[in-house]
Design a protein around this ligand. Structure first.
Ligand SMILES: [Zn+2]
Length: 275
């Protein structure tokens, strides 16, 4: 037999025992960590980050924490990914960056870190307090993540001149829920005939933060009711090229003149929210 018979070479090659890969190591679990963690859990696969912080990752985020229960970490990861997919689909945009979710034990810890402007990781971050009630924590996260998306779509030069009803209204719209306290304010405004004109709020820039946020939320609800979900992305994309008149960008996207808009807008809000 020809020693270089191709069939024989193939058989010999197949007979060579493939070296076993080294057993997977259980990376970086701190001594004293709770027992019984699945190897695939985010806590179990977390690695040291900065000082006492550890870090893990999901499809679109890195998550850093000091002390956390495995279940809490899994829940934060699930909520974050769900919010990402919903907002990304709504705005038809994938982030160009991976935000860092910084998990603190309490809201007081978040306030201390914010006051000191001291956070682990020198990058775009989203803060999470473990003692926040779940519904609020999930909504707050969606709100803040919307800001990250808007910042990624609209350049900083434009962002600076946008009235806060655009930023905060969009973020509240993406939160997906109306807070009962905000609804109460809307009803008060309607009952007392004090519903503000959007053009007036635009001229005020970022004063009157509460009204900017609430009326901005209504404005994005109205935009989508009138012009469809795609209109939200159209507004953001149009804002890239027009920094002089954000209100005109909004009105163009909705297909109404200013005088048509104010009447129709208030009628929409009254029909929807009047108690
Ligand atoms: Zn905000």
């Amino acid at each position: 037999m020809n020693p270089l018979d191709p069939l024989l070479v193939i058989l010999v090659a197949a007979a060579v025992v493939t070296p076993r890969s080294a057993p997977a190591r259980f990376p970086g679990l701190a001594p004293g960590a709770p027992n019984g963690i699945r190897q695939s859990s985010l806590l179990g696969t977390s690695t040291p980050f900065e000082n006492e912080w550890r870090i893990t990752n999901t499809d679109h985020f890195d998550i850093t924490f000091t002390v956390i229960a495995a279940g809490d970490l899994e829940r934060i990861a699930a909520v974050a990914e769900r919010a990402y997919r919903r907002i990304s689909a709504g705005l038809k945009h994938e982030l160009s960056l991976r935000p860092l979710i910084v998990v603190y034990g309490t809201r007081a810890d978040v306030q201390r870190a914010t006051a000191a402007r001291s956070f682990p990781g020198n990058r775009e971050h989203l803060l999470w307090a473990l003692d926040t009630p779940a519904v609020q924590a999930d909504g707050d996260f969606a709100h803040e993540l919307t800001h990250v998306f808007a910042f990624d779509i609209v350049p900083v030069t434009v962002r600076r001149v946008l009235p806060s009803w655009v930023h905060e209204g969009l973020a509240e719209f993406e939160r997906g829920e109306w807070a009962a306290s905000d609804l109460g304010i809307v009803r008060d405004l309607l009952r007392e005939n004090r519903f503000p004109a959007l053009v007036t709020l635009s001229a005020e820039g970022s004063t009157n933060a509460h009204l900017q946020r609430i009326v901005g939320h209504l404005a994005f609800d109205f935009l989508v009711a009138r012009a469809g979900q795609d209109a939200v992305k159209r507004v953001l994309v149009s804002l890239r090229g027009n920094v002089t008149s954000p209100i005109d960008v909004y009105l163009t996207s909705i297909g109404l003149t200013e005088s048509q808009f104010e009447g129709e807008f208030e009628r929409y809000v009254r029909t929807r929210f009047a108690a």
